[in-house]
Design a protein around this ligand. Structure first.
Ligand SMILES: O=P(O)(O)OC[C@H]1O[C@H](OP(=O)(O)OP(=O)(O)O)[C@H](O)[C@@H]1O
Ligand SMILES: Nc1ncnc2[nH]cnc12
Length: 170
């Protein structure tokens, strides 16, 4: 399956100079959506994770069905002020701005085998912040998977501690 054919590219969104990779066109096609989850399952199952972690918002769209397919739990990493319990936080830089991420402090028991999934790797700031949150709560980080990687932004250089894969590259 050529996932790129189903990803819409919109130039100058959300700011001039950004070539936005829109996955809504992939998600709305049931066959392609399922194939993308199946492809993630194939890559991630051998790592034998106990929990999938996904950052808000697009990490939920792939992470939750992936966890369901693997028959394991899903832990959301959220933007601040959204989680009701005690949280740990990390601030990070985006391709277009700054943000903070938070996770419930008790979301994952120390030593739990965790894989993080997101739709897209750009500068790597989101994934590094998510990995740092996992470190803070004592998770055993097995690796990270992405649907899309923007290779020219060298996000992988921030993530050299971990195995990283992506299904399509720009
Ligand atoms: O590698 P980075 O430079 O950190 O960029 C990648 C992140 O940017 C996008 O999320 P965004 O923050 O736009 O939020 P959204 O998922 O709520 O749309 C994307 O879904 C990744 O999470
Ligand atoms: N170019 C891009 N397209 C879609 N989502 C993004 N997140 C960060 N950079 C992005």
């Amino acid at each position: 399956m050529d996932f790129k054919e189903h990803i819409r590219v919109i130039n100058d969104f959300p700011k001039e100079g950004i070539s936005y990779k829109d996955i809504t066109t992939l998600l709305r096609n049931g066959e392609v959506f399922r194939a993308s989850i199946d492809a993630l399952v194939e890559r991630i199952k051998p790592w034998q994770p106990e929990v999938i972690v996904g950052p808000e918002a697009r990490g939920f769209l792939l992470g939750a069905p992936l966890a369901y397919a693997l028959g394991i739990g899903f832990v959301p990493v959220r933007k601040p002020g959204k989680l009701p319990g005690k949280t740990v936080r990390e601030t990070y830089a985006l391709e277009y701005g700054f943000d903070t991420l938070a996770v419930h402090a008790d979301a994952i028991a120390p030593g739990t085998r965790v894989v993080i999934v997101d739709d897209l790797l750009a500068t790597g700031g989101t994934m590094l912040a998510t990995a740092n949150l996992m470190k803070k709560i004592g998770a055993d980080m097995l690796g990270m998977g992405f649907l899309i990687e923007l290779t020219f932004l060298n996000g992988r250089e921030k993530l050299t501690e971990y195995p990283v894969f992506s299904l399509v590259q720009y």
